[in-house]
Ligand binder design. Structure first.
Ligand code: XCC
Ligand code: SF4
Length: 630
């Protein structure tokens, strides 16, 4: 067992020992059984796009097979594989968004789903020129939703939200012909183009990857955030707690794991039902304890303060505590191993989405029409399972940290308004933020996002980079499992300002924020794009001019590749702590880490050592400041 990899995670060792005692298999057993990962796959030089193959290119130049049977070179194969990874990532995020938009489309005054944020809806209707005159709010909601749904498949035109980008950025996209069109079209086109005998030209594959990724960044993902806010409310600052210690000894524990708030929000509602609360008490529990994991955890903690049990890598550990009555999942990032693991305990593993039926799971299909009835039924199952808990098998770690979160762009601006000089300044803008960056009080900003990956110590890269950056007056915004790492490490507290440099500390004190701002789920990276673009526009600049970076220290998913690509295509340098599967093509690596800068003003950096990565980020930020002459 790779214990050296776990040293950083204080809850892991004891739970892994326990798993062994309980005869429960974990990812570490499977990782050990895997031995080394496939060298060809690692470099991205295995192609199975047709059944003349699979073809694999020799990693040694000039020795062994240098081309696939069709003649595809390593460059083409790597670029094609990368493009398909982007397409899968874009599909996942955007298809999630599509579901949320359907939810708004069915929202009604007396239904399960309502319009919680009518102001945001009206703003969007105006932005999209949907006529609102004399219409009641639900009619507007349905019309706006319909317009949004067309963004997925409209035959003509480009994504509506690209107009939100700074003008110089829009021009770059136009000139390169990478303005994203309908989302489904971009995905279908890139799958077509990577079919055997289509695109072999590497730059073209890169351009298509960028365009496809942008259809998510400035399309699917951004709509996901906007529509989630409209239906469930825009997040506001609130406090919670994070880490496995939030699991309660004497309560019915229910883990929400996955991504889609149209399900998890309804579970939150169901768990507040007085009858179910009484049922929990009648069954000997003190109450119902909902805890979240991965991005659905982020969604419900941002809007309700639901406690965070942990991030991606802890999904097995939450079950190994032996105190989890039910694990409720919808889509994405859920280990197929969980149903089997749950069998080692009394835990009920309930899959709910037809998009993610899971082998060995209890399947209770969620559908939006009967949302609350179904989630009540599911919560009831969990409650009734409480009596089956084997107390001798329970071990809940004590560790948990307090955290402040809920920093949507709107909430950040609200906070900034507090420090605006009412005589001389304008409200409701990001000007105070851009002013402190220009003054050098804050040197720049970093968006630290993404998953966990057993190739590196759990959470260590996230936390090392975060601490290093805030110490050097770089403000951090964060989403996804990185944000949950920060929460567990106590970095999302007001007290964490003590770890910040003098400038950032002062800003935290004056504005009343932590030095690291939790901005939501991975779909909410669109909030970061929005924030950065507002600063650019405020200064009349492009994103690529600003001293800001994106960082994915421990990423693992296809979604992350899609995100990284749209972040770079949006003009923001992106640092990857895990090297993507592209190193089999020196040319493609050069495109990602060098040539892209000439094209879109930003590029990728690969750096696996978190301390060195932080150093490189700071150098890049100072370089950008120098170029601006600030
Ligand atoms: Fe998944 Fe979104 Fe990654 Fe976490 S950060 S492991 S993608 S849950 Ni999105
Ligand atoms: Fe081999 Fe070409 Fe087929 Fe890929 S597309 S499997 S490289 S023959």
């Amino acid at each position: 067992m790779s214990h050296e990899v776990l040293g950083f995670d204080v809850t892991a060792d004891a739970l892994l020992e326990k798993a062994k005692r309980d005869g429960a298999e974990t990812m570490w057993d499977r990782k050990a059984a895997m031995k080394a990962s496939c060298g060809f796959g690692e470099k991205g030089i295995c192609c199975k796009n047709c059944s003349m193959g699979p073809c694999r290119i020799s990693p040694v130049e000039g020795k062994g097979a240098q081309k696939g049977i069709c003649g595809a070179t390593a460059d083409t194969i790597v670029a094609r594989n990368f493009a398909r990874t982007v397409a899968a990532g874009v599909s996942s995020h955007s298809d999630h968004a599509r579901d949320i938009i359907h939810v708004l489309h069915m929202a009604s005054e007396d239904g399960n789903y309502k319009v919680k944020n009518p102001e945001k809806l009206m703003k969007l209707a105006k932005e999209w020129e949907v006529d609102t005159e004399g219409k009641e709010i639900y009619q507007i909601a349905h019309e706006v939703a319909e317009v949004a749904l067309m963004e997925f498949g409209k035959p003509f035109g480009t994504q509506r939200f690209i107009k939100r980008a700074p003008e110089p950025r829009q021009k770059i996209w136009k000139d390169l012909n990478i303005e994203p069109r309908a989302i489904d079209r971009e995905v279908a086109t890139i799958l077509h183009s990577t079919h055997i005998g289509c695109t072999s030209e590497v730059d073209s594959l890169m351009d298509m990857s960028m365009r496809t990724s942008l259809s998510n960044g400035w399309g699917g993902s951004m709509m996901g955030t906007e529509f989630t806010d409209i239906v469930f409310g825009t997040p506001t600052a609130r406090s919670t707690e994070a880490n496995l210690g939030v699991i309660e000894e004497n309560m019915v524990n229910i883990l929400l794991h996955g991504h889609d708030p149209s399900f998890s929000e309804m579970v939150v509602l169901a768990a507040e039902d007085p009858e179910l609360m009484k049922l929990a008490k009648d069954n000997g529990a003190e109450g119902i304890n909902l805890v979240g994991m991965c991005c659905t955890g982020n969604e419900v903690t941002m809007r309700h303060g639901v406690k965070i049990a942990g991030n991606f890598y802890q999904q097995e550990m939450a079950i190994v505590t032996g105190a989890m009555e039910a694990v409720l999942v919808d889509v994405q990032c859920i280990y197929p191993a969980l149903p089997k693991l749950a069998e080692c305990y009394h835990t009920k593993f309930i899959a709910t989405s037809p998009k993610a039926k899971m082998e060995g799971a209890t399947y209770i299909e969620f559908n939006e029409e009967h949302a609350l009835d179904i989630t009540k039924k599911i919560v009831r199952e969990a409650i009734l399972n409480y009596k089956n808990r084997d107390r001798t098998k329970v071990m809940i770690p004590q560790q948990k940290s307090k955290a402040m979160l809920g920093y949507s762009v709107e909430t950040i601006i609200d906070h900034l308004d507090k420090v605006v000089n009412s005589q001389t300044d304008v409200f409701e803008t990001v000007k105070p933020l851009s002013d402190v960056i220009w003054a050098g009080v804050i040197r720049g900003a970093a968006g630290i996002v993404g998953c966990n990956n057993p190739k590196v110590q759990h959470d260590n890269s996230h936390i090392t980079i975060m601490k290093e950056l805030i110490k050097n007056d770089i403000i951090v915004v964060t989403t996804g499992c990185a944000a949950q790492a920060a929460a567990k490490a106590g970095l999302l507290t007001m007290e964490a300002k003590e770890l910040a440099g003098r400038g950032l500390r002062e800003v935290c004190e004056r504005v009343g924020i932590p030095p690291i701002l939790h901005m939501g789920s991975c779909v909410d990276i669109s909030r970061i794009l929005d924030l950065v673009s507002r600063v650019s526009k405020e200064r009349g600049l492009d994103n690529s001019n600003l001293p800001v970076v994106g960082v994915a220290p421990e990423w693992m998913s296809e979604k992350a590749v899609g995100i990284g690509t749209y972040v770079v295509s949006s003009g923001i340098d992106t640092f990857l702590g895990i090297t993507p599967q592209v190193t089999g093509s020196a040319r493609f690596v050069d495109i990602l880490t060098n040539q892209l800068e000439d094209k879109v003003g930003a590029k990728f950096f690969f750096e696996e050592d978190p301390t060195v990565c932080a150093q490189k980020i700071m150098e890049r930020i100072e370089e950008k400041r120098d170029r601006l002459g600030i």
